[in-house]
Design a binder for this molecule. Structure first.
Ligand code: UD1
Length: 339
């Protein structure tokens, strides 16, 4: 069976993808520096799948270590690259940390992948590359706009670097997956999203408020030009997202790709407002959420949801789980980790 390297494989999306890969019989090697993840996830993944992935604690900013990693593990046929810093606000405060971490690690990986007989990479990108798109839903042809933050810029530059490599290396195959808003947790509630410190993202803030860790959720603005005045996003269940990585990986492993560099939007195609997310949470949890409307958050866009046609028809993947499924699993996970 194919041997797949998953960087950031103990993180939120990474851990769910490792489970999906193992469920499909892939042999997985995880690399993670544990900067934003927990080693406990290794045992949790093992208890879900019944198979312990190989684990290497390693900082991908160290070129020699990356070279040695590939020497230690011969026969890697695909890499899924999640490992990256992802806090938008922190990236504005400390841009060099973001450029160093997110770009150096990518470059060192690509150099090693290039030496392999099978050069295949799936790259974690983001709908942030579209900025505030003019037309909804957002297709893959929507123009990439100047990034709002160094974090967003590392995703754009990362895509460009990979694309440039693919232009000159015929055997090099890559897919950038542009995620909308990943939420939820595995149905077992053994793995999920565990932000360090105060959550920046909506769903962990909701569940932490409901469990009593945070006093109140601030809803950032209700005066946007949307039906209820709050911002609209496309919340995609992390288990659906994880499966999309397996589908994308098989596509390039089996040479089913049309061009050697491809991009796909990963979303549900449905936009939900902040208030709709809160209502979905309240419905599935039976909890009343303490929230108040406050001013807008700087840098927030009004609306972003995916046109899923390319992912559905070309990639052959479709989100199956609902926002309620996501909120139910996120709540179950929050309760599990606070026990
Ligand atoms: C954010 C990042 C985006 C990144 C993504 C990764 C920003 C501006 N954007 O997306 O670049 O790719 O995370 O997960 O940080 N909200 C509240 N109260 C809160 C938190 C959020 O009302 O306490 C609202 C926001 O205003 C937004 C929605 O909830 O309308 C979703 O916010 P969030 O989860 O932070 O995701 P994005 O901003 O879409």
């Amino acid at each position: 069976m194919d041997k797949i390297l998953v960087t950031g494989g103990l993180g939120f999306i990474g851990s769910h993808t490792v489970v999906a890969l193992q469920d499909e019989g892939f042999e997985v090697i995880i690399v993670d520096d544990l900067s934003n993840s927990s080693i406990e996830n290794l045992d949790r993944i093992t208890s879900i799948t019944g198979k312990k992935p190989i684990f290497e604690e390693l900082d991908l900013r160290d070129k020699t270590k990356v070279q040695n990693l590939f020497k230690r593990h011969e026969g890697i046929t695909g890499v899924i690259h999640f490992a990256a810093s992802k806090a938008v606000g922190e990236s504005v405060e400390n841009p060099l940390k973001y450029y160093e971490n997110n770009l150096n690690s990518l470059i060192y990986l690509l150099q090693e992948i290039d030496k392999l007989p099978h050069s295949n990479i799936i790259f974690s990108s983001s709908c942030t590359v579209y900025g505030q798109a003019e037309k909804m839903p957002i297709t893959e042809n929507a123009p990439v706009q100047a990034a709002e933050s160094p974090y967003g810029n590392t995703k754009q530059i990362g895509e460009e670097i990979i694309q440039d490599v693919c232009k000159v290396k015929e055997g090099f195959k890559a897919i950038s997956l542009r995620y909308f808003n990943p939420v939820g947790a595995h149905e077992s509630a053994k793995i999920g999203e565990l932000p360090l410190g105060v959550p920046q993202n909506l769903v962990p803030f909701i569940t932490q408020t409901a469990i009593g860790l945070r006093e109140q959720l601030s809803v950032f603005g209700d005066d946007y030009p949307t039906p209820d005045g709050t911002c609209i996003r496309d919340y995609i269940h992390v288990v659906d997202l994880a499966k999309a990585h397996v589908v994308a990986l098989k596509r390039i492993l089996n040479n089913n790709n049309i061009t050697n560099y491809e991009t796909f939007n990963l979303g549900t195609g449905k936009g939900s407002s902040v208030l709709e997310v809160i209502q979905a949470f309240e419905r599935v949890s039976g909890e009343k959420l303490n929230y108040k409307i406050v001013g807008r958050r700087a840098g927030d866009i009004v609306s972003a949801y995916a046109d899923t046609e390319k992912a559905n028809k070309v990639l052959g993947w479709k989100a199956e789980l609902s926002l309620e499924d996501a909120m139910r699993s996120a709540w179950k996970w929050e309760q599990y980790i606070r026990e």
